[in-house]
Design a protein around this ligand. Sequence first.
Ligand code: FMN
Length: 193
Amino acid sequence: MDFGRLVCRSRSHRGFDERHVIERETLRTLVGYARLSPSSANLQVLKYYLSNEEETNRLIRPHLRWAGRLKGLQLPREGEQPTAYIVILMDHEIAPRGGRFLIDVGIAAQTILLGAAEMGLGGCMIGAFDPDAVHGALGLHERLEPVLVLALGKGLDQIVIEEAQSGEIAYWRDGEDVHHVPKRPLGELIVND
Ligand SMILES: Cc1cc2nc3c(=O)[nH]c(=O)nc-3n(C[C@H](O)[C@H](O)[C@H](O)COP(=O)(O)O)c2cc1C
């Protein structure tokens, strides 16, 4: 797929077709893409917990918070949960304290989500989650800190990108449940245009 189209298609989904099974091998392929991504000092401080079965999905699900800006909407709706998750973990036995490794997390996360979009899947980065609860629920080693959760599935949301007007960047849903994502105009981003 043309790269520009892939980036446009890679939106944050918050509703998924629960009938769509994601194989563990698919998650392994996606982490394989992250594995090849840039890494600060090539330290490769990130590890990954894969979940594609209800048994583990249900341990992760309660600790995630979705769409904080859409007050009064409980997303994902009942019956529209993600069918897989990749929990990105910081390995503190490799990562020196105070290092700027959150940049590595972002690179890995976006690489995985672009790969997922290319496969026809949808996803969402979830930064608003309870790391201690996820750590405990998954029985992770103490050296591993959950830093970001990627929810994955066959996305159901209808999403449109639009140009932000007067700096209004809050995402919103219209009466037809179409999800609107305002993006600041390019001219606002490039400081020396
Ligand atoms: C680091 C990061 C953390 C995020 N955390 C959450 C989250 O906790 N819950 C959620 O519903 N969306 C989360 N999102 C998704 C953003 O809300 C989303 O990227 C934004 O609304 C723009 O939509 P788009 O991804 O379709 O461009 C997160 C995105 C990023 C980059």
